[in-house]
Design a binder for this molecule. Structure first.
Ligand code: ADP
Ligand code: MG
Length: 373
């Protein structure tokens, strides 16, 4: 069943000088019961505004929001059956952990017995029963964030809303809490809408990801699909680390084969690109060829994929990463052009040296073409 639906939702802010900012434009989203949906995109793309509209902290300028079958227009946050967790935990400093978690139940006049039982359950599920008598100031950032989560899940709302809840934590704790959130969702199975600017968080937590840019929906798909089949160049460049390399290129048909030609290479596309290219409405003379660093390899280590799938480059920077190395390379005839540099993720057995030449192979079935206009 549908849990949360946004229909053609737009939010425009008017500044003091009368100018307007379109924060979210014509956004359609259908989120199903129990889904964990992550909204991701660069700073200012409209993530928080979208979440605040679902929560009832902002009213849309246009469009409708439906939660559990109910049009929520005009309903304030308390009437929407949602619970929210923010980046700054917003705990009550003068209350104990116990009372912070109990508060949402107490204001809704739950019987004392039930309050006690639920607080205990939640504390145990978040591994914080020992902290119930402390105050927030006596807790670490990670513990505070657990309490904030506890306060959200102690009730049984239809939808959880999270706005960058982990971004104030250090890297190690963030990964730990990510796993914790994953487990929590598996256990509780509640519809969750989670905002982050961190694509790794988006990929690891989500059932499906909403990619926003400049207030507009770019793609709404499971994480693996975003990676394998990005809808456009923005999504392709945003998802994946290190980011996808892009080359301005021209696509040519040569004797029934498709070739991609750029300053750096001539590459022959495998047959699976054929149907796509025949239907392509873009300009073949002005394309963007995209290949992820992990789909480039050192031919000397991994073997020669044959004609039309390799090209030579110069090595500029080597970053050993343990199981592999990220090397920054440049086309052989543009050794000093920083704009032409790109990244290859090669085997740690690769015998690369700075200033040296290396032949890269390309996994062309995993490469992408985008319209360059
Ligand atoms: P994100 O959470 O993705 O960083 P926001 O939703 O906070 O983005 O903001 C989207 C856009 O709307 C930005 O350009 C931001 O400056 C603008 N904006 C957000 N809230 C307000 C507001 N209350 N008044 C004016 N502009 C706002
Ligand atoms: Mg935000």
């Amino acid at each position: 069943d549908v849990s949360v639906e946004l229909r053609d939702v737009t939010k425009t802010f008017t500044e003091e000088d009368g100018s307007t900012v379109v924060a979210v434009e014509d956004l359609d989203l259908t989120i199903y019961d129990g889904e964990f949906v992550v909204i991701v995109g660069p700073s200012g793309c409209g993530k928080t505004t979208t979440l605040r509209m679902i929560a009832g902290l902002e009213e849309p300028t246009g469009g409708d929001i439906v939660i559990e079958g109910r049009d929520v227009k005009g309903l304030d946050p308390r009437e929407r059956d949602i619970a929210m967790v923010f980046q700054n935990y917003a705990l009550y400093p003068h209350k104990t952990v116990h009372d912070n978690i109990a508060f949402p139940l107490q204001i809704r006049k739950y019987p004392d017995e039930e309050v006690e039982q639920r607080v205990q359950e939640v504390a145990e599920s978040l591994d914080i029963p020992g902290l119930l008598d402390r105050r927030p100031s006596d807790l670490s950032g990670g513990q505070q964030q657990r309490v904030a989560l506890g306060r959200a899940i102690v009730r049984d709302p239809a939808v959880f809303l999270f706005d960058e809840p982990l971004s104030n934590l250090d890297a190690k704790l963030r990964i730990e809490m990510r796993t914790e959130l994953n487990k929590l969702h598996d256990r509780v199975g509640k519809t969750s809408v989670y905002v982050t600017h961190d694509q790794v968080e988006a990929m690891t937590l989500s059932d499906r990801v909403v990619v926003l840019d400049d207030g507009q929906l770019q793609q709404f798909a499971p994480p693996q699909e975003l990676y394998n089949a990005p809808a456009n160049k923005f999504v392709a460049g945003f998802i994946g680390e290190p980011p996808m390399n892009f080359f301005t290129a021209r696509v040519e048909e040569r004797g029934g084969e498709w070739w991609v030609v750029s300053d750096a290479f001539d590459l022959r596309l495998p047959d699976e690109h054929d149907a796509k290219l025949r239907e392509w409405t873009g300009d073949l003379g002005n394309a963007e060829f995209g290949v992820r660093p992990e789909h480039l390899f050192d031919v000397a280590v991994q073997g020669d994929p044959g004609e039309g799938a390799t090209f030579d480059v110069l090595v500029k920077v080597i970053e050993p990463m343990g199981p592999h190395m990220d090397v920054t390379v440049a086309p052989v005839d543009r050794p000093d052009d920083e704009d032409a540099e790109f990244t290859a993720r090669v085997s740690n057995e690769s015998d690369v040296s700075i200033g040296g030449r290396v032949t890269l192979g390309v996994e062309l079935d995993k490469a992408h073409l985008f319209d360059g206009r």
